[in-house]
Design a protein around this ligand. Structure first.
Ligand SMILES: *[C@@H]1O[C@H](CO)[C@@H](O)[C@H](O)[C@H]1NC(C)=O
Ligand SMILES: *[C@@H]1O[C@H](CO)[C@@H](O)[C@H](O)[C@H]1NC(C)=O
Ligand SMILES: *[C@@H]1O[C@H](CO)[C@@H](O)[C@H](O)[C@H]1NC(C)=O
Ligand SMILES: *[C@@H]1O[C@H](CO)[C@@H](O)[C@H](O)[C@H]1NC(C)=O
Ligand SMILES: *[C@@H]1O[C@H](CO)[C@@H](O)[C@H](O)[C@H]1NC(C)=O
Ligand SMILES: *[C@@H]1O[C@H](CO)[C@@H](O)[C@H](O)[C@H]1NC(C)=O
Length: 378
């Protein structure tokens, strides 16, 4: 009770400042408006739709404790997901699934994209990046159909290179200057120009079968380089470029090509049959701002020093833990974020979720709730 009151008091000056509405806020801070897209560090939720909570019976395949909407409200600005076909033996539907739709199926791709679109429409000063991992080998036009089904059109940021093939018809003209495939950092617009133009959803896909970018779906590795991601020990984390293979191990090349640094920072635990599950037993250290082998804060500082600038993207599992946002705020120089919805930084487990899981029995639920209220009042 006391901590709730003190938290409310802490939030009060922030609310007042935001309420005065004289200051323009981009991605939760006035300080980010004039910065170019690639000169902001975007916090990413790895496998964003794969949630480990009561809705998935705390699936060990889940990478996040809260859904994409809650992640966005808490300040996450990059969402990644694997796209798989529901049925490998036929042309199934495109779903967001962890490795296989038999393992964890978070529903249709269009449904998840629609969830993001809904949040974007409700939050007009925010720029959000989506990275699709194309496990289905879907074509650009297959993916475009999902965007269309989700009702997404004008809000996407459109690459503006002559080689771009139009797979989605659009009537809107290019409102902002945009990078070509050989983009240099100065080619990316500021957050403010993306917001003013209303093109606030930046979309990447890791691979496409025909290698042709659509009007708005960037080929990731034309614009981004990543460090390694298959780490199973906290001492494995490295800043060395791993993908694309053309620049692997060659930091100078990645930077001279203007590729944006993308820092993977999550741990797998290795299971039998090559199955990899997110490691949640070490997550408080993995996502910490400091302290312990493999903590996010130290790794981010190390990579910033190697690259000569902060990583543009930082991707973590269980993003609420740490909270990972602290490290990204530090990289962005943000001390008073505006307009975020706080989420617990705790690890969720079947035990902590037990009350909700049992609530399908209404009477039992009411009883539990009454007991809980009585307890809190004490
Ligand atoms: C943005 O630019 C500043 C000043 O050069 C630099 O310190 C910072 O690391 C950059 N951040 C990113 C994400 O590029
Ligand atoms: C996300 O989670 C919140 C909190 O549990 C819930 O209220 C909301 O309905 C969920 N949103 C979606 C789109 O699933
Ligand atoms: C996959 O598709 C095949 C051929 O259409 C069908 O026979 C099979 O039942 C499907 N499997 C699943 C799991 O839907
Ligand atoms: C990109 O858009 C600008 C402004 O509309 C236009 O002048 C330029 O020719 C376009 N560049 C390419 C490569 O299409
Ligand atoms: C997670 O990683 C830590 C650090 O390497 C390790 O001690 C722990 O056993 C791992 N957890 C699981 C469930 O494998
Ligand atoms: C990069 O370095 C690793 C480790 O030294 C090595 O295994 C890999 O073959 C190298 N890759 C390239 C493309 O040089």
């Amino acid at each position: 009770m006391l901590s709730q009151i003190s938290r409310a008091l802490l939030l009060l000056p922030i609310a007042l400042r935001a309420g005065s509405a004289l200051v323009t806020v981009c991605n939760n801070s006035p300080a980010l408006c004039s910065r170019t897209y690639d000169n902001v560090t975007h916090l990413g939720a790895h496998d964003s739709p794969f949630v480990r909570d009561s809705s998935t019976h705390f699936s060990s395949s889940g990478n996040q404790y809260y859904n994409s909407t809650v992640q966005l409200a808490a300040g996450v600005r990059l969402l990644t997901a694997q796209v798989q076909t529901t049925n490998s033996t036929s042309t199934g539907q495109l779903h967001v699934c962890h490795t296989s739709c038999d393992l964890l199926d978070a529903g249709k791709l269009s449904g998840w994209l629609g969830e993001i679109n809904t949040w974007l429409v409700a939050n007009p000063n925010e720029v959000v990046t989506v990275l699709l991992v194309n496990g289905a080998g879907a074509t650009a036009s297959d993916l475009a159909a999902e965007y269309q089904e989700a009702g997404i059109s004008d809000i996407v940021f459109k690459p503006n290179s002559t080689s771009a093939t139009s797979v989605v018809s659009t009537t809107s003209s290019y409102a902002v200057s945009t990078p070509s495939t050989s983009s240099t950092s100065s080619a990316w617009p500021t957050l403010q120009s993306l917001i003013s133009a209303g093109t606030r959803m930046v979309n990447f896909v890791d691979t496409l079968p025909d290698d042709s970018e659509s009007l708005y779906l960037f080929l990731e590795f034309d614009h981004i380089f990543e460090n390694s991601y298959e780490n199973t020990s906290p001492s494995d984390f490295s800043c060395v470029p791993n993908r694309p293979s053309s620049v692997a191990n060659d930091t100078d090349q990645t930077l001279s090509q203007g590729l944006m640094p993308f820092m993977n920072h999550f741990l797998y635990e290795q299971q039998a049959f090559g199955i990899q599950l997110p490691n949640d037993t070490y997550i408080t250290t993995t996502n910490a701002r400091s302290g312990g082998v493999g903590n996010l804060g130290s790794a981010a500082s190390a990579c910033s020093s190697v690259y000569g600038k902060a990583p543009t993207f930082v991707l973590v599992d269980f993003v609420n833990v740490g909270p990972a946002m602290d490290t990204v705020d530090r990289l962005n120089g943000i001390t008073s974020p505006i307009g975020r919805t706080e989420v617990s930084s705790s690890i969720l487990s079947a035990t902590s979720g037990a009350v909700r899981a049992n609530c399908q029995f209404a009477m039992l639920c009411l009883t539990l709730l009454a007991a809980l209220v009585a307890f809190v009042e004490l």
